[in-house]
Design a protein around this ligand. Structure first.
Ligand SMILES: [Zn+2]
Length: 450
């Protein structure tokens, strides 16, 4: 309370000075939008559609490409309503992108879409096909959060965010894998990823000594940055709780030396080791100017544990001054407790990405999420689609469309309400739209992206 009041004096003096023609609203804020809200929305939406976007979180690629992610959806996982592949909006997406003439996706109709995409891919060779998708959606640049980059993605339009989790699973993972059916899918893929990081380093087996293991990790990070990686990503919430203790390097070293040659660590030993490695990676992210992306939301798979992976578990790491030089991007903004999560962005180095929120919710609900964020820390929130190839018919293309269309609509609606309620002016609304869709994220990478 006191802080806000103390600031008020200076702010109102400034406010009087720039009253007319300023980008700040003149009137006292009102609790309900006026009758003009629909018109303001209609004015804002076409201008928002024209903003070339930076997609801060996406998994572009073809459905038969195993590198679109470092993990895979467990078989038969329960999907929430809007993310099911029978969502009729996906037929609308296919119509908008490819002129799909049907309003459903029955197998006979879906064949039209498969043939159409095949024909386009034959015409648009190399990287041209996916560039054309970004062009249709007015996405200037998209993150490609993938295990490895694909040669069919244009490095000028798609920037790589690589995965850093696998360094936390170097031991015998028999217990880890047996925990439930989902981990049975995830953990072997982490083992595979760790093997893949070893190949370019021409390491055939993990080092016998802990200090050499840390050197190996740093070398992979440095090499990935040289190969175009702009950030590292953790999906650790799928694999273990996101509560990280603060062990010493001696503790981590003892565990490494005990188990690197064999034997199964206890759960407590494994967690202690991982807690140290996670913090090591976070620190390296600061040294190497590689922002740290962390999955912070509910996730796929019936065993995904919401309370153990709650974004607020990360608060002790995010607010630790030792990591002040590391930039954190909270992927999916902590959804569903995204209301609490926005206050983490009070830290100057913490940002929230809205991807998945716009797919898990319909635009009417996602609008409220965005509005609450824009009313709190508008300069700390970024746009992402979390696009992913659903299957052979419904690809990253339709998924991009749903994400970008939903986000632009919800953004226009949130800003229209804020204007109508007297919180901001229309010019200010458009500034906030540019920041959210493009500028804020691009600034995090120091000129490496546009
Ligand atoms: Zn994702």
């Amino acid at each position: 309370m006191k802080v806000g009041l103390a600031k008020l004096g200076t702010r109102s003096t400034l406010f009087l000075g720039i009253a007319f023609g300023s980008t700040h609203a003149m009137a006292q804020a009102r609790p309900l939008p006026g009758n003009d809200v629909q018109q303001i929305y209609q004015r804002l939406l076409p201008q928002i559609d024209k903003i070339a976007a930076f997609d801060h979180h996406a998994h572009p690629g073809y459905s038969d490409d195993p590198d679109v992610d470092a993990m895979a959806a467990p078989p038969n996982a329960t999907e929430a309503l809007r993310t099911r592949d029978d969502n009729p909006e996906l037929a609308v997406a296919a119509k908008a992108l490819f002129g799909y003439p049907y309003s459903d996706l029955t197998p006979e109709h879906a064949k039209w879409l498969l043939d159409k995409k095949k024909q386009l891919k034959a015409q648009l060779t190399g990287t041209a096909y996916f560039d054309s998708i970004l062009d249709k959606l007015n996405i200037e640049t998209s993150v490609a959060n993938r295990a490895m980059m694909a040669d069919y993605l244009d490095p000028k339009r798609f920037v790589w965010v690589f995965f850093a989790d696998s360094f936390m699973w170097p031991f015998n993972n028999a217990h880890e894998t047996a925990r439930n059916a989902d981990e049975g899918v995830y953990i072997p893929l982490q083992e595979k990823m760790l093997q893949r990081w070893m190949q370019p380093e021409t390491v055939s087996k993990l080092p016998a000594h802990f200090s050499a293991y840390l050197t190996f990790i740093s070398r992979v990070l440095e090499d990935n940055a040289k190969r175009g990686g702009i950030a590292m990503k953790f999906e650790v919430a799928y694999f273990r709780p996101t509560t990280f203790s603060d062990p010493s390097s001696t503790q981590a070293e003892e565990i490494y030396q005990r188990y690197i040659a064999g034997g199964i660590p206890s759960e407590k030993e494994y967690r202690t080791f991982q807690d140290f490695i996670f913090r090591y990676l976070v620190q390296e992210g600061g040294r190497l100017h590689l922002p740290v992306h962390i999955h912070t939301a509910v996730g796929i798979g019936d065993y995904f544990n919401l309370s153990q992976s709650n974004i607020m578990n990360l608060e002790s790491v995010l607010r630790d001054p030792r990591y002040a030089s590391t930039t954190f991007v909270m992927i999916h903004g902590g959804y569903p407790p995204e209301r609490e999560a926005i206050w983490l962005a009070a830290m100057k180095n913490v940002y929230l990405d809205s991807s998945f929120g716009e797919l898990a919710q319909y635009p009417a609900a996602f609008k409220d999420t965005l509005k609450m964020w824009l009313e709190t820390f508008p300069d700390k929130v970024t746009f992402g689609t979390d696009c992913f190839p659903y299957n052979e018919v419904l690809g990253a293309e339709e998924s991009y469309w749903l994400g970008v269309k939903s986000s632009r609509m919800a953004l226009a609606a949130a800003l229209a309400e804020m204007v109508s309620e007297g919180e901001i002016t229309e010019p200010r609304a458009l500034e906030l739209a540019h920041a959210y869709l493009h500028d804020t994220a691009v600034k995090l990478y120091g000129g490496r992206v546009r």
